[in-house]
Every structure is written in C-alpha cells, then in structure tokens.
Design a protein around this ligand. Sequence first.
Ligand SMILES: [Zn+2]
Length: 322
Amino acid sequence: MREDLLNEVFRDLQQQQLLNEETENSRRREIRSAYPGIASLMDRRESLISGTVQGILRGEAAPEDLPARMEQVSAEIRKALKENGYPEDYLAPVYTCPLCRDTGFVGDSIRERCACVNRRYQEKLRRAIGLPENGRETFECFDETLFSPDRLEGSQFSQREMMVRIRDFCERWADQYPAQQPRDLVLSGQSGLGKTFLLHAMAARLIERGHQVLLISAYRFLETARRSYFEADGQLEDLIASPVLMLDDLGSEPMMQNITIEQLFNLINERQRRNLATVISTNLNLAELRNRYTERIASRISDRQQCEFLQLRGRDLRNGRA
Ligand SMILES: [Zn+2]
C-alpha cells in the first residue's frame, strides 16, 4: 500500500468527523431554539450525564438505573422529534460510516481497517495513477456481445472473436506481469474500438495485484515533458521510471517540432533501456506511426522481441460506424 495515500485517507476521516460534529451541534441549536419542550428534555438528559460524572469524580458508583433513565429520556426526545416532523434520530451522533463511526477501524480485540478505508484508498489510488475513480472498466465487465459477430473483411475472424482474443491476451499479460511476454504492448486501431477500456482493465488488474502503474494520455505526457524542460519538478522522471506506464491515445497530441518526437523517443528509449513495461494505445497503424514519428520510434514499438503490436479492427462501438 502507498503510505502517503493511506495517511491522506485518515486525514480525510478526521476532517469528516469534524464536519459531522458541526452538523450535530447545529442540529442541537436548531431544535433548542425552536422547541422549548424538547430543549428541556435535552437538559434533563445532559444533567443525568453530568450528575453521574460528578458522582464518579466524588468516588460514587454510577446509579444502577441510569441506563434505564437515560433510555427513557431518549425515547421521549425521539417521540417529540417525530411529532414535530423530524426523523427520530435527528439528534443522534452523525456518522458517515456507521460501521467504524468514522474512526477507520472495526473490531474490539483485533482492530482491522474498515471497508470504508479500503474504498477511499482505492479511489485515491485510482486517481493517483490516472484511472477514473469509480470506473467499471475491468476484464470482468468486458462485454464481447457489444462487438459484431460478422466476419471482418479479409479475415477469418469476426470483430467479436478478435476482441475476445485480444482481451484474453491483455488479461494474461496483466496477470503474468512482471514475468509477462513480451515486455511492451501496442493497441492500435481507430477510436471507439475499446482500446482505452482494455488499458483501464489492465491497470485495474495490475493495481489489484499490488503493482505500480501510471496511466497518462499522450497529450498530457507532452505537457509534462514540455514543462519539465523549464522546471524540473520530477514528474517526467516519475513517468520514465514507473514500473508500468500506459500511454493512452498516441497520435492525438499536437505535433510540436523538435519536441514531440524527441520527448517520445526519449521516453520509450529510456524505458526500454531500463527494461520497464510500456503499454501504448494509438489510433494510428504502423505505417502511420512511422510517418508521424519517424522510423526511429516506429521500429522501437514494432520490435517483435520486445513488443506485441495488437491491431484492432471493426465497427466503432459508439456510433456503429464501419
Ligand atoms: Zn468505516
């Protein structure tokens, strides 16, 4: 687990406790000022508590019937609230997570992290690596029936069959990482064929397995590279050094002379030199990649020893265009 993100989760929980306390206080003020009858019941309950505390401080035992008397007053308060159109528990403590009462822990003898901590942590992790926070883009959610069962022109397979094979390949790759073969992947095909979905599914599987991934669009990568040229903020090095880097939508970024190709080559070359896995999605085919980024880059991402080039074909899922 990433300690920095886990610490953030517990800071968020503390913040949440403060907000909830404010809510409790403002509800008490509201009821007190509008309903004198309920206010006096609240006073009675508070004096029961403070009387007991003072007694204990004097060395007296708490009265045996205290719980019963407390419950009786509380029941009267709940009844009065309801009669005035409020929820019964309007003055009860406010918890965002009733399981752990916003402490982040459950269990008495064995304290375990609450499910809400894990959920908040996953959300932060997804955001940190570039995945949508509540994304449902996983291999489990992959629906092959969205793809046409008709045979693709010039192929022995339908789009559906082809996508199932590619999906299986990507899933195996993510499951076998870091022993996966080959090291790099390119998903090529026009937009709307499911490339980004597969990238997200791979990233989700990898973080589930505890591996480090970063996902960034080619557009954002170039922004980062360009900025780091002027101010070294370490972000470019984070991308270059990430154990797995997913570069989404290569080919959609603006072509800036002396920058785009240079930075891209630097990224791919440096990662290959360090033997780090890179997954690229692009709307360009190999010939178009060669045209746009020169042979130098194209040969790096089409070397069969190091990189699997997966060509997606068929109809656009979003508008049915061929
Ligand atoms: Zn909780």
